[in-house]
Design a protein around this ligand. Structure first.
Ligand code: MG
Length: 170
């Protein structure tokens, strides 16, 4: 906890996010709000954007607001094929009630395709949704080295961490 020169108390909060979706034929592959051309896409109730979902959970976790499933249940038909960037904007609104978003770091775990060419677009889309500069939204990518659900191409996973300032700490 810190005290600013104007007497306002600030606390730093961090939150962790993780998501995993199964790779199937005949679905779009959407990660970080970007359509990534690939032979397979992610199965799920919404657009199955595992990266956006992990970031939502990191933000909600940092704010102590539960998780994406409690706010946007996958049993609710409203969220069928939902654009997860839209969900991220709604999560931003929830956390910004008494927090400011400092930064987000994230990793995509995928055996293929190559993510590097798409990362600049993902950062741009995520940063716009979060209302922060691109340099405060980092996206990295790793393969599964041929091992496990990621390495054998059965799933794509994403992990994220978010840091928030909580304002006016009581
Ligand atoms: Mg998900």
């Amino acid at each position: 906890m810190s005290v600013l020169s104007d007497g306002q108390l600030l606390a730093i909060r961090t939150g962790l996010g993780y998501d995993s979706h199964r790779l199937v034929e005949g679905k779009r592959l959407v990660l970080g709000g970007v359509d990534v051309p690939h032979s397979h896409g992610l199965a799920g109730h919404s657009d199955a954007d595992a990266l956006a979902h992990a970031i939502c959970d990191a933000l909600l976790g940092a704010a102590g607001l539960g998780d994406i499933g409690t706010h946007f249940p996958d049993t609710d038909p409203t969220y069928a094929d939902a654009d997860s960037i839209g969900l991220l904007r709604r999560v931003r609104a929830l956390v910004e009630v008494d927090h400011a978003i400092v930064n987000v770091d994230s990793t995509i775990h995928a055996e293929s395709p190559k993510m590097a060419p798409h990362i600049p677009n993902m950062r741009a889309r995520l940063a716009t949704a979060l209302g922060i500069p691109e340099r405060r939204v980092n996206v990295k990518a790793k393969t599964g080295e041929g091992v496990g659900p990621v390495g054998t191409g059965q799933a794509i996973e994403a992990t994220a961490i978010a840091t928030l300032y909580q304002r006016d700490v009581a």
